[in-house]
Design a protein around this ligand. Structure first.
Ligand code: FES
Length: 96
């Protein structure tokens, strides 16, 4: 899911599969190889489910992108809450 709080649209990407890929790896691949305009939370110093900031909704379930395995034929990635800044990036904590 792409866009900001006012306009949302779907974008589809094809990402090579490999064993052990996390959702964060998929997002990094898209950003680095397919679409450098994709906005998502990335924290180079963490990436080990420690900071809790890379929340994303994966196939309807909220999880930490760096700790969530990229499994299945198709991943549907959406913002984890309704306070979207842009694409998959949300305000943290969510505004009341
Ligand atoms: S990058 Fe910190 S929990 Fe995922």
């Amino acid at each position: 899911m792409r866009g900001d709080g006012r306009r949302r649209y779907e974008a589809e990407y094809r990402v090579p599969r490999a064993p052990g890929l996390s959702v964060m790896d998929v997002l990094d691949y898209i950003y680095e190889n397919l679409d450098p305009t994709l906005a998502y939370f990335s924290h180079e110093a963490c990436r080990q489910t420690a900071c809790g900031r890379c929340l994303v909704r994966v196939n309807g379930t909220v999880c930490l992108a760096c700790g969530c395995p990229a499994e299945g034929e198709r991943l549907t990635l959406e913002p984890w809450n309704a306070n979207v800044v842009r694409d998959l990036l949300c305000r943290f904590p969510p505004a009341e």
